[in-house]
Design a protein around this ligand. Structure first.
Ligand SMILES: Nc1ncnc2c1ncn2[C@@H]1O[C@H](COP(=O)(O)OP(=O)(O)OP(=O)(O)O)[C@@H](O)[C@H]1O
Ligand SMILES: [Mg+2]
Length: 179
């Protein structure tokens, strides 16, 4: 089992980036009312055919060279199922992939969410060519972090330049304290 939900997010997004995605949508909702943690990650990468999409939930499948075992997806599926939730993967070749995961929020085995601020920051600045749309919410607050919009406002200054990183760090510190 991975340490926290952020490690799973990092892993799934790494798959999206490897698949050539230019847009990745990350939705995370923590709802006490629904007693659920819901994670959905959608990308516009190269996608998988039906057979591959079925196989990826198997820990002995990976297309990484020199690797026989791909663990990211099976681990996430395992965590969801252990925590009274479910895992669903939809993919279409040439179109993209969507991973939809539910966890029961009060399940004793649910890993902590982890450091979401750092995760968002690191994914954003280490993949400057990818546009990320993060939608993070609980029962009260709905937070949106749209790197395409941010890049538009930056007027050509790279999103991974030191002053922008500093600004984004402060921005996330200020706005992401509810989860
Ligand atoms: N978003 C995606 N788009 C296209 N293919 C994907 C996507 N996610 C996973 N895959 C395919 O599924 C395989 C298994 O993914 P998984 O994350 O389980 O393992 P891995 O990335 O190969 O290795 P690990 O995550 O353990 O470093 C990948 O090698 C890739 O071929
Ligand atoms: Mg992976």
């Amino acid at each position: 089992m991975m340490d926290d939900i952020c490690a799973h997010i990092t892993d799934v997004v790494a798959n999206s980036v490897s698949a050539g995605a230019k847009k990745v949508f990350i939705f995370l909702e923590k709802s006490t009312i629904k007693n659920a943690l819901h994670l959905k990650i959608t990308d516009n990468g190269k996608g998988m055919d039906e057979e591959t999409a079925k196989k990826v939930v198997d820990p002995f499948f990976s297309t990484k060279t020199g690797r026989k075992v791909g663990l990211g997806i099976p681990l996430l599926k395992g965590t969801a199922e252990t925590c009274g939730g479910y895992f669903n993967l939809k993919s279409a070749l040439g179109e993209g992939t969507e991973i939809d995961v539910f966890f029961t929020l009060d399940h004793p085995d649910l890993p902590p969410i982890g450091n979401l601020k750092d995760t968002i920051l690191i994914l954003t600045v280490s993949n400057p060519e990818v546009d990320f749309l993060f939608n993070i919410k609980n029962d009260v607050i709905n937070f949106i972090f749209d790197t395409e919009e941010i890049k538009g406002l930056l007027d050509g200054v790279p999103i991974n330049s030191p002053e922008v990183i500093k600004f984004l760090t402060n921005y996330l510190d200020e706005h992401l304290n509810f989860i």
